[in-house]
Design a binder for this molecule. Structure first.
Ligand code: MG
Length: 368
């Protein structure tokens, strides 16, 4: 069960519609796939997208970290001593959480394969099916209402709306337009992606509460490092506040949880550096009575399959933001999770449940 080789494969898949947030606009999903091969020929797969505005990671830095730093350290390591491998991975290089996440996913894929169990069952097995929300990108109010109406008609009854661009009154107008168009049935959660100042956030959220816009939760209203500001917003609003960019690691989570600076935490493998650390964040949150969502960057179905296995396995993870593969013009991943509208079914094959032969063709002309 020793690791023989670790390879990187760049992929690029266009989006059907530009994805716009307070931080960036994305038209193509770029990623580095990682393929870990064991001595017996089994392969494990992972993915790292370059989300430099959030993680600082680029295609170049991910490739360098995996090929030049992580691969030489992990080659020859035995999967039966996995904690040793995760220690080596964590200490291999500071930050670079996306590269670490891709390798961590591939190791977990292999652990599942060796155990003969789907990864979500190996990790806890809590759910075999989960439901995703769908994201409405930031645009003018009319276009956002059109998009929200279409996604709701497609069966998505939880819409995640991106705000935090321009004037705060524009954000309120956007939400009002969406709520008027789709009615009171669907849930609306907001993501400001650090776009507000604390006082602005309290004002905006208060206005939305007074207008009866019925917002389920608001993600990351203030900048990453402003934990005082995050706590201020949480203490001065009724609507639940979720920490996203403020929590990368278990240590970050503890800082937020000890002060109750947020009501909820959004875990992403690209921030935590993989499932090993994500499990710790979730365990801490559960200890403090805080539920988690698992979300993603703009990733293909490979990264989302790994995240979904982790998310489905734990009872404290109650919200799922896994719409990224549905925004892509093409699905290059063979096997993995299966979408039926908003429902995601976990694969029953071992590990991530990928098709080994089909995945083996990636990098040989497919997905480039
Ligand atoms: Mg977010």
């Amino acid at each position: 069960m020793r690791i023989l080789s670790i390879e990187t494969i760049p992929v690029a898949v266009p989006l059907t519609k530009p994805f716009k947030t307070a931080l960036r606009t994305v038209t193509t999903a770029y990623a580095i796939y990682v393929k870990v091969t064991c001595e017996d020929g089994r392969t494990g797969w992972g993915e790292a997208p370059p989300t430099h505005v959030i993680t600082g990671d680029s295609l170049g830095s991910i490739t360098y970290a995996i090929e030049e730093v992580i691969a030489p350290l992990l080659k020859g390591q035995d999967l039966r001593n996995r904690e040793e491998m995760f220690c080596l991975l964590k200490r291999s290089i500071v930050r670079n959480t996306s590269a670490k996440a891709a390798v961590d996913m591939a190791i977990h894929d292999l652990l599942g394969q060796f155990s003969g169990m789907p990864l979500y069952q190996l990790l806890g097995g809590y759910r075999s099916e989960i439901e995703t929300d769908f994201t409405v990108s930031v645009n003018d109010a009319a276009e956002m209402a059109d998009d929200a109406e279409r996604y709701f008609a497609d069966g998505f009854n939880v819409l995640k709306v991106k705000v935090g661009i321009g004037e705060i009154t524009d954000d309120i107008e956007r939400i009002r337009a969406i709520r008027e168009r789709i009615g009171s049935g669907p849930k609306i959660r907001l993501d400001a992606n650090q776009g507000w100042k604390p006082q602005e956030a309290v004002f905006a959220i208060g206005q939305m509460e007074d207008a009866g816009l019925d917002i389920e939760l608001i993600e990351q209203p203030v900048p990453t490092d402003d934990i005082d500001g995050l706590q201020y917003v949480t203490n001065h609003t009724i609507t639940p506040i979720m920490a996203d960019e403020s929590v990368f690691s278990a240590k970050d989570a503890l800082r937020v949880l000890e002060r109750r600076a947020a009501d909820l935490i959004n875990i992403k493998l690209m921030k935590s550096g993989g499932i090993h650390e994500a499990l710790k964040i979730n365990a801490l949150a559960e200890t403090y009575g805080v539920e988690c969502m698992v979300g993603s960057m703009i990733e293909t179905k490979l990264g989302i399959t790994a995240a979904a296995h982790f998310a489905a396995s734990q009872p404290n993870i109650t919200r799922f933001d896994f719409d990224a593969p549905l925004m892509l013009a093409e699905d290059i991943v063979v096997g993995g999770i299966v979408y039926a509208g908003k429902v995601i079914r976990m694969p029953e094959g071992p590990g991530l449940g990928l098709d080994q032969a089909g995945m083996g063709l990636i990098g040989k002309g497919a997905g480039q």
